[in-house]
Ligand binder design. Structure first.
Ligand code: ADP
Ligand code: 5GP
Length: 225
């Protein structure tokens, strides 16, 4: 009865560093062949445990600037001293294949995406408290004390931008957070503005039986603007 757009969703996930975005996304992607993470390019150093092509494509600052010149990015930004950018091609290709694509990017990048892609969905992941954010950043053991303070200051500014997002999820219990993000992605698939066509087969016997003699029967399909 309804034909929906086959293009995949674009889900933009932001939130303070240490809120748990990466952890949540990995869980959302598990056993979900229809969703893909867009791997960004960065000029920041690889962290222990991270993998080239999985977490990021790691390049020097010069190489990154070269890619900007080449028009390789959909958006890019400098965050706490390092460049981060979203490669253009992957997103378009996957969405056209009907796959959902998740972007994990900071708020300026998300603002730029908003201007460029009008059907993108924006989710903000919040830490449950400042204390817990500090604990998570320290426990992750990936940043120096100085960098943690910088990320904390940035987080303080970022949280004021939450109202620009469509959804906010507080990442307290991980399992619950993952369920909420999956539920948002599922609900978005049912949006009326994704409908391409509504059709009624007026030859269907049941329709005749139920409606043919009543004033309700209209022998045409509803129109979609
Ligand atoms: P981000 O990608 O937002 O910077 P991470 O996914 O790296 O954050 O998570 C930061 C730290 O917090 C990691 O050590 C991760 O294991 C931990 N973490 C993430 N979500 C939760 C949660 N719901 N409860 C407790 N710890 C969490
Ligand atoms: P991290 O160094 O912790 O991996 O990332 C730092 C910040 O950069 C995070 O807020 C992350 O979401 C953001 N980020 C990662 N990739 C991109 C990107 O391609 N573009 C933008 N604008 N931000 C990104």
């Amino acid at each position: 009865m309804i034909k929906s757009k086959e293009i995949g969703s674009l889900i933009v996930i932001s939130g303070p560093s240490g809120a748990g975005k990466g952890t949540v996304i990995q869980e959302v992607l598990k056993d979900n062949p229809n969703s893909w993470l867009s791997v960004s390019m960065t000029s920041r150093k690889i962290r222990p445990g991270e993998k080239e092509g999985v977490n990021y494509y790691y390049v020097s600052e010069e190489e990154f600037k070269q890619k900007i010149e080449e028009g390789y990015f959909l958006e890019y930004n400098n965050y706490v001293g390092n460049y981060y950018g979203t490669p253009k091609e992957f997103i378009n290709k996957k969405r056209l294949e009907g796959k959902d694509v998740i972007l994990e990017i900071e708020i300026n990048g998300a603002n730029n995406i908003k201007k460029l892609i009008d059907d993108a969905i924006f989710i903000f992941i919040m830490p449950p408290s400042w204390k817990e954010l500090k604990r998570r950043l320290e426990n992750r053991k990936t940043e120096t004390k100085e960098k943690i303070i910088k990320r904390f200051q940035t987080a303080y500014r970022e949280i004021n931008e939450v109202t620009k997002y469509n959804y906010v999820v507080v990442n307290d219990d991980l399992e619950e957070t993952v369920e909420k993000v999956k539920a948002i992605m599922l609900a978005e698939k049912c949006r009326v503005d994704r409908i391409e066509e509504v059709y009624l087969n007026s030859d269907e016997e049941i329709l005749h039986e139920m409606l043919i003699d009543s004033k309700e029967f209209v022998n045409e399909t509803p129109k979609i603007d």
